[in-house]
Design a protein around this ligand. Structure first.
Ligand SMILES: Cc1cc2nc3c(=O)[nH]c(=O)nc-3n(C[C@H](O)[C@H](O)[C@H](O)COP(=O)(O)O)c2cc1C
Length: 329
């Protein structure tokens, strides 16, 4: 049976447009924010935040469970996991399969220094024997779920041929390339020429692995441009969502959303947050999303600051409703 990645690739070839993937973002793309993205325009694939395999296999696994919540509207959904113990990848994959995920992705790109020092995420780059073990253990635990990897172009220097060539040899279902090396964090522009090289290497090796390019894409036009130029199968978008919640919307391409539309969406986000995370996440977490909804009207930053002072969902929603009623935006 075809994996959802293969079906998306077929769609891409037919429509001559890349499929679009929501990037995993720790502490951002939880089940609630994904629902907001879904309301505004759904991506072709959803990703969870990264989830630690040691945590998933430990007695305190409930501490990780909030990362793995999803709704029936959020398919296909890929669970992203990280760690460096193959046995825990095997166990985690079995858990994720039971939970109903559509795929499993292994994080080999996060550049966090403490994590890298311990040999996980980008710390796995070039540790080929452990990477192979981890991949095979995950595959065994996952049954028929497709396994993908998200990585960067290298750890301290670009090593596309060596590192990505090795990964392609594993016959992964899909491979997401964030076009930077780990050392660069996110400070320099993404290197799309190297992402294009990955596609060439894949073709030369005659591999079926689906290639997803990632880095600095702000809108669909840029996504389509990169697709035309570099021939990736899909494009992953992360921070672009912060400036445009509608970035994945293919239906209302030219519709303009005004400030009140955005404030009403913020009320919806706060309500969903409260209903989903009551007592599980502090209300403060919600505040990092305000800029997405409150940015493009006079004195938006003043209103944002005053909203930051509100301590709970009810008072915040009351303030937002007042703002909408003021009818000056
Ligand atoms: C706040 C934040 C959290 C992130 N968390 C993750 C994560 O959990 N897993 C992962 O693979 N990448 C993570 N990333 C990296 C993004 O998935 C993406 O690769 C990166 O932001 C580049 O894409 P963009 O320019 O479209 O944002 C994170 C990025 C940001 C900004």
């Amino acid at each position: 049976m075809k994996t959802f990645w293969e079906k998306l690739q077929e769609k891409t070839e037919k429509e001559k447009k890349p499929f679009l993937v929501q990037a995993p973002m720790e502490n951002v793309t939880d089940v609630v924010f994904r629902e907001m993205i879904n309301i505004c325009g759904r991506p072709d694939v959803f990703f969870t935040e990264f989830t630690n395999t040691d945590g998933l296999c430990s007695r305190g696994k409930d501490g990780e469970s909030h990362r793995l919540q999803f709704t029936k509207n959020q398919h296909p959904i890929v669970a992203q996991i990280w760690g460096n113990n193959p046995e825990n990848y095997y166990q985690s994959a079995m858990i994720l399969k039971k939970q109903g995920f559509d795929g499993i992705d292994i994080n080999m790109g996060c550049p966090d220094r403490d994590i890298v020092k311990k040999g996980s995420c980008a710390g796995l780059i070039n540790n080929n024997s452990l990477v192979r073990e981890i991949y095979l253990a995950t595959k065994e635990g996952a049954g028929n779920l497709p396994i993908s990897i998200k990585t960067r172009l290298g750890l301290n220097k670009i090593e596309t041929e060596k590192w990505i060539g090795f990964l392609l040899g594993l016959d992964l279902a899909a491979l997401t390339i964030h076009g930077r090396i780990a050392k660069e964090m996110s400070k320099f522009p993404a290197n799309w020429e190297e992402i294009g090289k990955v596609v060439k290497i894949r073709n030369e090796m005659e591999k079926k692995t689906i290639i997803i390019g990632n880095g600095d894409i702000q809108n669909k036009e840029e996504a389509f441009e990169k697709y035309e130029k570099y021939h990736v199968d899909g494009i992953m978008i992360g921070r672009g969502i912060f400036s445009n919640l509608w970035v994945f919307n293919r239906d209302n391409e030219n519709k303009i959303y005004n400030s009140n539309d955005k404030l009403n969406l913020l009320i919806k986000h706060i309500t969903l947050f409260e209903n989903t995370w009551k007592n599980k996440k502090p209300f403060e977490v919600m505040k990092k999303f305000y800029k997405i909804y409150i940015s493009d009207f006079p004195n938006a930053s003043d209103f944002r600051l005053s909203l930051m002072e509100a301590k709970d969902s009810e008072s915040s929603i009351a303030m937002i409703k007042n703002k909408i009623n003021e009818n000056i935006i």
